[in-house]
Design a protein around this ligand. Structure first.
Ligand code: COA
Length: 452
């Protein structure tokens, strides 16, 4: 028997995963992107999240911001109290907004005013010693400052330069400002999220910045491809990512359907246009009626998926709603008018139950389900705590921080969380000293002159 075969027989898959991905061993292992240097001149979430993903995998990420105040996302409120997350040593009375926290793990923070020729020279020195630059300013802003791709690739032809913008660098709409919400609105996402008009609904915005975190991820993937290409050819790459186009890329079959049949895909709320039963229903009773959190006093919600005929039959049995048995085939169930009847009957059944009551009944019947959880329920669940997905992190600047870690686990080179964020310019001395040879007195002068 081959050695690998023997190992597979002796150790269960669960044991293998537990040992291989044990969160306690993460810091004993090497990092996949160690030795890679990334300059991140980024703001809000789109650009910062891109560099964040590379930093989690071991790249040395240096975030560059406007001196003293830093980037705008730090100023988002509420939750930017100074006691929680200090902004910078120059403005101690302010804090860094919580919204910045998930997109800036493991980054060194320096500051630089790109309007100043001295800063532009410093940027060229940094670029000469870096592998990747990520920025998400308006089209052409960096060229105007003399530090765009064409200028920096002169000092480092191996440079991979990723620009994340709203609409791309060419085309008549390119100059407009963009944000996640605009990307999703123009990209077509909000056209299919939210309740349909017959339910009195409107298009719905998602609470998380989906287009930003997704766009950052797509661009990080493009950077890794450009790095592989550089390995083979020695050449750098310019990457252009459009936030709007990235949102459109998520539209699944909407465009093929429109193109082939002229059908405009409609909103369908918490149900599914293609699968039934495969949606969220309301349960009439709150799981936490005495909670001080108003959200928890509400009725609960639960996802039920029973679109396969056999599972649907089980669901009909559990609910005792015999009138639903007539929708025995999926083709029948998925029709909009039938979905309405089915989901209404399910909600009637769940009216005197909590989401946990419904979950128990579904579990016992072998029906896939999941109560809709809030942040507290997610944070306290033992499975995710044990796997290190959510944990208290000992942050060098901010103390104890509960935060979510990287989702992809690499067996030999795991991604990791080192620190949550740093104040603006916290690493000026370290980075400018190490990479630009700046002495303490030179740095003092640059700081006094407002260059850094
Ligand atoms: C976010 C956005 C709307 C902001 O627009 P904006 O502030 O008007 O323009 P830019 O982003 O090009 O930023 C340039 C300005 O930032 C300021 N700035 C920020 N950091 C700076 C630095 N380190 N040095 C100098 N100036 C800086 C300056 O005021 C500068 O303008 P100026 O050179 O005319 O004085 C725009 O960058 C954008 O659409 N980005 C692409 C999409 C995106 O990433 N959106 C945010 C994520 S949702």
């Amino acid at each position: 028997m081959a050695v690998a075969e023997k190992e597979v027989r002796q150790q269960s898959f669960e044991e293998f995963c537990r040992e291989t991905f044990d969160p306690k061993t993460v810091f004993d292992k090497p990092e996949a992107l160690k030795g890679l240097r990334v300059l991140s001149v980024t703001q809000y979430i789109l650009g910062p999240s891109c560099a964040n993903y590379l930093g989690e995998l071991g790249a040395e990420v240096i975030k560059i911001e406007l001196p003293r105040r830093g980037e705008p996302m730090r100023h988002t409120t509420p939750w930017n109290e100074p006691g929680l997350y200090p902004l910078s040593r120059w403005i101690p009375e302010k804090g860094t907004g919580f919204g910045s926290v998930g997109a800036n793990y493991n980054k060194y923070c320096i500051s630089m005013d790109f309007h100043r020729p001295e800063a532009q020279e410093l940027m060229k020195k940094l670029a000469a010693k870096s592998d990747v630059i990520v920025e998400n300013y308006r089209p052409g802003t960096f060229d105007r400052w003399g530090v765009g791709y064409r200028q920096l690739s002169q000092v480092n032809p191996r440079l991979i330069y990723a620009w994340l913008g709203g609409f791309g660098g060419f085309g008549p709409g390119r100059f407009r400002a963009s944000y996640d919400i605009l990307g999703q609105a123009q990209g077509g996402v909000f056209g299919i999220t939210g309740q349909p008009p017959e339910m009195g609904g409107t298009p719905a915005k998602h609470t998380i910045w989906l287009a930003d975190y997704w766009g950052g991820m797509m661009t990080a993937q493009a950077i890794l491809a450009a790095l592989l290409y550089r390995e083979k050819t020695g050449k750098g790459t310019m990457i252009e990512y459009s936030q709007v186009h990235g949102a459109t890329r998520l539209l699944e079959y909407s465009l093929p359907l429109y193109g082939r049949q002229g059908v405009v895909r409609q909103r369908w709320g918490n149900w599914d246009t293609q699968l039934c039963v495969h949606g969220i229903i309301q349960c009439g009773k709150s799981s936490y009626p005495d909670s001080p959190n108003p959200q928890e006093n509400e009725q609960g919600y639960i996802l039920i998926t029973a679109y396969k005929d056999a599972d649907y039959a089980k669901l009909v049995k559990v609910t005792g709603a015999k009138e639903l048995a007539k929708f025995g085939t999926h083709d029948e169930r998925v029709k909009p008018e039938n979905q309405m009847e089915i989901y209404n009957a399910l909600e009637k059944w769940a009216k005197d139950k909590t989401k946990e009551d419904v979950a128990k009944l579904c579990d016992d019947a072998g029906i896939i389900n999941q109560p809709v959880w809030n942040a507290k329920e997610v944070a306290e669940h033992p499975h995710w705590r044990m796997r290190g997905a959510i944990d208290w992190r000992d942050d060098p600047t901010y103390g104890d921080v509960m935060a979510q870690g990287p989702a992809a686990k690499l067996s030999d080179t795991p991604a990791r969380f080192k620190w949550v964020y740093k104040p603006v310019g916290a690493d000026n001395e370290y980075v400018y000293g190490k990479l630009c040879g700046a002495t303490p007195s030179e740095l003092q002068k640059l700081e006094a002159d407002g260059v850094i």
